[in-house]
Design a protein around this ligand. Structure first.
Ligand code: 6PG
Length: 237
Protein backbone atom coordinates (compact mmCIF):
# COMPACT_ATOMS: atom_id res chain seq x y z
CA UNK A 1 0.00 0.00 0.00
CA UNK A 2 1.36 3.43 -0.92
CA UNK A 3 0.11 6.51 0.91
CA UNK A 4 0.38 9.80 -0.97
CA UNK A 5 -0.61 12.84 1.10
CA UNK A 6 -0.76 16.27 -0.48
CA UNK A 7 -1.61 19.76 0.70
CA UNK A 8 -5.10 20.05 -0.79
CA UNK A 9 -7.58 18.67 -3.35
CA UNK A 10 -5.91 20.52 -6.21
CA UNK A 11 -2.55 18.96 -5.37
CA UNK A 12 -4.21 15.52 -5.18
CA UNK A 13 -5.73 16.11 -8.61
CA UNK A 14 -2.37 17.18 -10.06
CA UNK A 15 -0.43 14.28 -8.59
CA UNK A 16 -3.02 11.64 -9.48
CA UNK A 17 -3.30 13.00 -13.02
CA UNK A 18 0.47 12.64 -13.41
CA UNK A 19 0.28 9.12 -11.95
CA UNK A 20 -2.39 8.20 -14.52
CA UNK A 21 -0.34 9.66 -17.38
CA UNK A 22 2.66 7.63 -16.21
CA UNK A 23 0.56 4.46 -16.34
CA UNK A 24 -0.44 5.41 -19.88
CA UNK A 25 3.17 5.80 -21.04
CA UNK A 26 3.95 2.21 -20.11
CA UNK A 27 1.04 0.60 -21.95
CA UNK A 28 -0.48 0.25 -25.40
CA UNK A 29 -3.90 0.10 -23.78
CA UNK A 30 -5.14 0.91 -20.27
CA UNK A 31 -8.46 -0.28 -18.85
CA UNK A 32 -9.74 2.03 -16.12
CA UNK A 33 -12.83 1.90 -13.91
CA UNK A 34 -13.82 5.45 -12.97
CA UNK A 35 -15.48 6.64 -9.80
CA UNK A 36 -18.08 9.29 -9.17
CA UNK A 37 -17.86 11.88 -6.42
CA UNK A 38 -16.31 15.28 -5.89
CA UNK A 39 -12.62 14.36 -5.96
CA UNK A 40 -12.72 12.66 -9.38
CA UNK A 41 -14.50 15.78 -10.69
CA UNK A 42 -11.44 17.87 -9.78
CA UNK A 43 -9.14 15.25 -11.29
CA UNK A 44 -11.11 15.30 -14.55
CA UNK A 45 -10.92 19.11 -14.66
CA UNK A 46 -7.14 18.91 -14.17
CA UNK A 47 -6.76 16.24 -16.86
CA UNK A 48 -8.85 18.27 -19.31
CA UNK A 49 -6.83 21.42 -18.64
CA UNK A 50 -3.32 19.94 -18.59
CA UNK A 51 -3.48 16.70 -20.57
CA UNK A 52 -6.05 17.36 -23.27
CA UNK A 53 -3.57 16.14 -25.91
CA UNK A 54 -2.74 12.87 -24.15
CA UNK A 55 -3.24 9.59 -26.02
CA UNK A 56 -6.77 9.12 -24.69
CA UNK A 57 -7.54 6.55 -27.37
CA UNK A 58 -5.29 4.15 -25.41
CA UNK A 59 -7.70 4.15 -22.47
CA UNK A 60 -10.87 2.06 -22.23
CA UNK A 61 -13.20 3.71 -19.73
CA UNK A 62 -15.56 1.83 -17.43
CA UNK A 63 -17.26 2.72 -14.14
CA UNK A 64 -16.85 1.20 -10.70
CA UNK A 65 -20.37 2.29 -9.92
CA UNK A 66 -23.17 4.22 -11.54
CA UNK A 67 -26.45 5.61 -10.35
CA UNK A 68 -29.54 4.04 -11.98
CA UNK A 69 -30.56 7.23 -13.73
CA UNK A 70 -30.48 8.35 -17.39
CA UNK A 71 -27.10 9.53 -18.76
CA UNK A 72 -28.46 13.08 -18.91
CA UNK A 73 -29.40 13.14 -15.22
CA UNK A 74 -27.33 15.40 -12.93
CA UNK A 75 -26.85 12.38 -10.65
CA UNK A 76 -25.16 10.35 -13.41
CA UNK A 77 -21.45 9.60 -12.91
CA UNK A 78 -21.23 9.23 -16.71
CA UNK A 79 -22.70 12.73 -17.17
CA UNK A 80 -20.21 14.15 -14.68
CA UNK A 81 -17.38 12.53 -16.65
CA UNK A 82 -18.70 13.92 -19.95
CA UNK A 83 -19.09 17.40 -18.49
CA UNK A 84 -15.65 17.51 -16.87
CA UNK A 85 -13.54 15.35 -19.18
CA UNK A 86 -14.98 13.60 -22.24
CA UNK A 87 -16.42 16.84 -23.67
CA UNK A 88 -12.91 18.33 -23.57
CA UNK A 89 -10.71 15.52 -24.94
CA UNK A 90 -10.62 13.23 -27.95
CA UNK A 91 -11.88 9.90 -26.71
CA UNK A 92 -13.38 7.42 -29.19
CA UNK A 93 -16.99 6.51 -28.36
CA UNK A 94 -16.07 2.82 -28.64
CA UNK A 95 -13.66 3.25 -25.70
CA UNK A 96 -16.48 4.24 -23.36
CA UNK A 97 -18.28 1.36 -21.65
CA UNK A 98 -21.15 3.17 -19.96
CA UNK A 99 -23.33 1.52 -17.35
CA UNK A 100 -26.80 2.00 -18.87
CA UNK A 101 -28.35 3.78 -15.89
CA UNK A 102 -31.64 4.11 -17.72
CA UNK A 103 -32.07 0.31 -17.81
CA UNK A 104 -33.73 -1.91 -15.24
CA UNK A 105 -31.07 -2.08 -12.46
CA UNK A 106 -31.06 -5.88 -12.03
CA UNK A 107 -30.89 -6.45 -15.80
CA UNK A 108 -28.12 -3.85 -16.16
CA UNK A 109 -26.01 -5.41 -13.40
CA UNK A 110 -26.11 -8.70 -15.34
CA UNK A 111 -25.47 -7.00 -18.68
CA UNK A 112 -22.54 -4.94 -17.38
CA UNK A 113 -21.06 -7.95 -15.65
CA UNK A 114 -21.06 -9.70 -19.05
CA UNK A 115 -19.49 -6.65 -20.74
CA UNK A 116 -16.61 -6.86 -18.26
CA UNK A 117 -16.10 -10.56 -18.98
CA UNK A 118 -16.21 -9.93 -22.72
CA UNK A 119 -14.00 -6.84 -22.94
CA UNK A 120 -11.41 -7.29 -20.17
CA UNK A 121 -8.79 -9.94 -19.63
CA UNK A 122 -10.12 -12.56 -17.24
CA UNK A 123 -7.86 -13.86 -14.46
CA UNK A 124 -9.12 -16.58 -12.16
CA UNK A 125 -12.61 -16.40 -13.76
CA UNK A 126 -12.81 -12.69 -12.83
CA UNK A 127 -12.33 -9.69 -15.16
CA UNK A 128 -9.16 -7.74 -14.45
CA UNK A 129 -8.86 -3.96 -14.77
CA UNK A 130 -5.47 -2.31 -15.11
CA UNK A 131 -6.68 0.38 -12.71
CA UNK A 132 -9.76 0.83 -10.54
CA UNK A 133 -10.25 4.36 -9.20
CA UNK A 134 -12.28 4.53 -5.99
CA UNK A 135 -13.62 7.20 -3.67
CA UNK A 136 -14.63 6.64 -0.08
CA UNK A 137 -17.78 8.01 1.47
CA UNK A 138 -17.77 9.64 4.92
CA UNK A 139 -19.44 6.40 6.05
CA UNK A 140 -16.61 4.23 4.70
CA UNK A 141 -18.49 3.05 1.59
CA UNK A 142 -16.62 2.58 -1.64
CA UNK A 143 -17.95 2.22 -5.16
CA UNK A 144 -21.59 1.69 -4.16
CA UNK A 145 -21.03 -0.94 -1.51
CA UNK A 146 -22.32 0.56 1.74
CA UNK A 147 -21.68 -0.59 5.32
CA UNK A 148 -25.39 -1.39 5.63
CA UNK A 149 -25.05 -4.05 2.91
CA UNK A 150 -21.39 -4.96 3.24
CA UNK A 151 -22.20 -8.57 2.40
CA UNK A 152 -22.59 -7.40 -1.21
CA UNK A 153 -18.81 -7.03 -1.31
CA UNK A 154 -18.49 -10.82 -1.37
CA UNK A 155 -21.16 -11.45 -4.01
CA UNK A 156 -20.26 -14.03 -6.68
CA UNK A 157 -21.38 -11.67 -9.45
CA UNK A 158 -19.16 -9.08 -11.12
CA UNK A 159 -21.79 -6.41 -10.49
CA UNK A 160 -24.65 -5.99 -8.04
CA UNK A 161 -27.53 -3.55 -7.49
CA UNK A 162 -27.18 -1.53 -4.29
CA UNK A 163 -29.44 1.09 -2.71
CA UNK A 164 -28.09 4.26 -1.14
CA UNK A 165 -28.92 3.87 2.59
CA UNK A 166 -30.36 7.39 2.93
CA UNK A 167 -31.83 8.21 -0.46
CA UNK A 168 -32.72 4.67 -1.57
CA UNK A 169 -31.23 5.54 -4.96
CA UNK A 170 -30.41 2.37 -6.88
CA UNK A 171 -26.88 1.93 -8.17
CA UNK A 172 -24.99 -0.70 -10.15
CA UNK A 173 -21.64 -1.42 -8.48
CA UNK A 174 -18.60 -3.60 -9.01
CA UNK A 175 -18.19 -6.22 -6.30
CA UNK A 176 -15.11 -6.88 -4.18
CA UNK A 177 -13.89 -9.77 -6.32
CA UNK A 178 -13.57 -7.50 -9.38
CA UNK A 179 -12.12 -4.54 -7.46
CA UNK A 180 -9.50 -6.69 -5.72
CA UNK A 181 -8.64 -8.49 -8.98
CA UNK A 182 -7.37 -5.23 -10.48
CA UNK A 183 -3.69 -4.82 -11.29
CA UNK A 184 -3.84 -1.51 -9.40
CA UNK A 185 -6.38 0.31 -7.24
CA UNK A 186 -6.21 4.04 -6.46
CA UNK A 187 -8.27 5.70 -3.73
CA UNK A 188 -8.96 9.41 -4.20
CA UNK A 189 -9.96 10.66 -0.75
CA UNK A 190 -10.10 14.31 0.25
CA UNK A 191 -11.74 16.47 2.87
CA UNK A 192 -11.96 16.49 6.66
CA UNK A 193 -15.11 14.37 6.55
CA UNK A 194 -12.98 11.35 5.61
CA UNK A 195 -10.38 11.74 8.37
CA UNK A 196 -12.05 9.52 10.94
CA UNK A 197 -12.59 6.57 8.61
CA UNK A 198 -9.14 6.98 7.03
CA UNK A 199 -7.62 6.73 10.50
CA UNK A 200 -9.77 3.74 11.50
CA UNK A 201 -9.06 1.88 8.28
CA UNK A 202 -5.36 2.59 7.78
CA UNK A 203 -4.58 2.07 11.45
CA UNK A 204 -6.77 -1.06 11.49
CA UNK A 205 -8.67 0.18 14.53
CA UNK A 206 -11.23 -2.05 16.21
CA UNK A 207 -14.17 -2.81 13.91
CA UNK A 208 -12.52 -1.27 10.84
CA UNK A 209 -13.59 -4.17 8.65
CA UNK A 210 -17.21 -3.03 8.87
CA UNK A 211 -16.30 -0.41 6.26
CA UNK A 212 -16.29 -1.62 2.63
CA UNK A 213 -13.31 0.65 1.89
CA UNK A 214 -11.33 -1.44 4.39
CA UNK A 215 -11.89 -4.55 2.27
CA UNK A 216 -10.01 -3.13 -0.72
CA UNK A 217 -6.87 -5.23 -0.69
CA UNK A 218 -5.73 -6.34 -4.15
CA UNK A 219 -3.32 -9.32 -4.02
CA UNK A 220 -1.26 -7.34 -6.54
CA UNK A 221 -0.44 -5.10 -3.54
CA UNK A 222 -0.68 -2.11 -5.94
CA UNK A 223 -2.99 -0.10 -3.68
CA UNK A 224 -2.46 3.66 -3.76
CA UNK A 225 -4.12 6.21 -1.52
CA UNK A 226 -4.12 9.76 -2.86
CA UNK A 227 -5.26 12.02 -0.02
CA UNK A 228 -5.13 15.63 1.04
CA UNK A 229 -3.90 16.67 4.49
CA UNK A 230 -7.47 17.19 5.69
CA UNK A 231 -8.39 13.56 5.02
CA UNK A 232 -5.11 12.34 6.52
CA UNK A 233 -5.28 14.65 9.50
CA UNK A 234 -5.93 11.97 12.13
CA UNK A 235 -3.22 9.71 10.74
CA UNK A 236 -0.47 12.00 11.91
CA UNK A 237 -1.93 12.34 15.42
C1 6PG B 1 -20.64 7.70 -6.14
C2 6PG B 1 -19.19 7.43 -5.88
C3 6PG B 1 -18.99 7.28 -4.40
C4 6PG B 1 -17.94 8.29 -4.03
C5 6PG B 1 -17.90 8.53 -2.56
C6 6PG B 1 -16.92 9.64 -2.22
O1 6PG B 1 -21.14 7.26 -7.18
O2 6PG B 1 -21.21 8.42 -5.31
O3 6PG B 1 -18.64 6.44 -6.59
O4 6PG B 1 -18.58 6.00 -3.98
O5 6PG B 1 -16.68 7.85 -4.49
O6 6PG B 1 -19.20 8.90 -2.15
O7 6PG B 1 -17.39 10.79 -2.85
P1 6PG B 1 -16.58 12.18 -2.67
O8 6PG B 1 -15.34 12.02 -3.51
O9 6PG B 1 -17.54 13.20 -3.20
O10 6PG B 1 -16.29 12.34 -1.23
Amino acid sequence: MKLNIYKDKQAVAKEFSEFLMEQLKEKEELTVALSGGSTPKIVFDHLAEHFAEAQWSKIKFYWGDERCVPPTDSESNYKMTVDHLFSKINVPEENIYRVLGENDPAEEAVRYGKVLNETLPVAGDTPRFDLVILGMGDDGHTASIFPENIEMWDADENCIVASHPQSGQKRVSLTGKVINNATAVAFLVTGAGKAEKVDEILNKKEGYKKYPAALVNPPSQNLYWFMDEAAAEKLSQ
